[in-house]
Design a protein around this ligand. Structure first.
Ligand code: 1GP
Length: 238
């Protein structure tokens, strides 16, 4: 089946026009469907996408949450799965993630192969994404679940080389991830260094809790910023 132009193309277009995107991340285990409407109402008007996923999520929860959000919201719903069990046919697109900062085959290829049967029976747009875990000041769920170490923020060249290796191997997006609830986000210096060499859009997430941090990430070159915890706790500083 030939994939029609879609969500990735929209992201690429926005990037080429320097239009910044904002994705709000929902962890299905921490979300109550009955709150969908209120939650969506409180999101910033700049919101462009809803990402749904978590490092480990209860069986069936992703489908329930995506279905509920779909009935209320106009934003594209993009799966951001921690493993193959989080594939839902009700979403619009799927970040097909490889944890390229780590050296654990389970999250480089095993989970991806295991997800294929499920994906083939859906109309999800598949977006190959290189996922790079970077130290955000504390041990995060991604680190625990994936059993991989984040790249230190001081090792900018290793981060840049990892991002480029992702691009050279065909990833369409690179996600710089400090981990959900990180103490501090990926530094603007790292975002700038990666962005200056990459030809594909850059996503930045983890530990962003304020408009100031959001703006810094955009100014450094982030094309999409992802915020989860701060909206989950209603603690985002505007
Ligand atoms: C985590 O990058 C996302 O995968 C969002 O992180 O929950 O810290 O906003 P926060």
């Amino acid at each position: 089946m030939i994939q029609v132009a879609g969500y990735l193309e929209e992201i690429q277009k926005a990037t080429s026009e320097n239009q910044k995107l904002l994705a709000i991340l929902i962890d299905p285990d921490k979300f109550k469907e009955e709150d969908s409407l209120n939650f969506l109402k409180c999101l910033p008007e700049e919101t462009s996408h809803i990402f749904v996923g978590g490092s480990s999520v209860g069986e069936g929860r992703t489908c329930e949450v995506v279905k509920s959000l779909k009935s209320y919201c106009k934003f594209p719903i993009v799966l951001f799965p921690g493993d193959h069990s989080q594939i839902s046919p009700y979403a619009d697109a799927l970040l097909f993630l490889s944890l390229i900062s780590g050296r654990n085959p389970e999250f480089l290829i095993e989970q991806q192969v295991r997800s294929v049967e499920k994906i083939r029976s859906t109309n999800l747009e598949i977006i190959p994404t290189g996922y790079i875990l970077i130290d955000g000041g504390k041990e995060t769920s991604v680190q625990k679940v994936s059993n991989t170490l984040p790249l230190p923020q001081s090792d900018v060249s290793q981060i840049v080389n990892t991002a480029l290796a992702g691009q050279y191997s065909g990833k369409k997006l690179i996600y710089l991830e400090a981990g959900s609830g990180a103490e501090y986000p990926v530094s603007p210096e790292i975002v700038r260094a990666v962005k200056s060499v990459l030809e594909i859009p850059v996503i930045v997430g983890g530990g962003i809790r304020s408009t100031k941090q959001l703006q810094k990430a955009y100014e450094a070159g982030a094309d999409i910023v992802v915020i989860g915890t701060a909206f989950e706790n209603d603690s985002f500083q505007r």
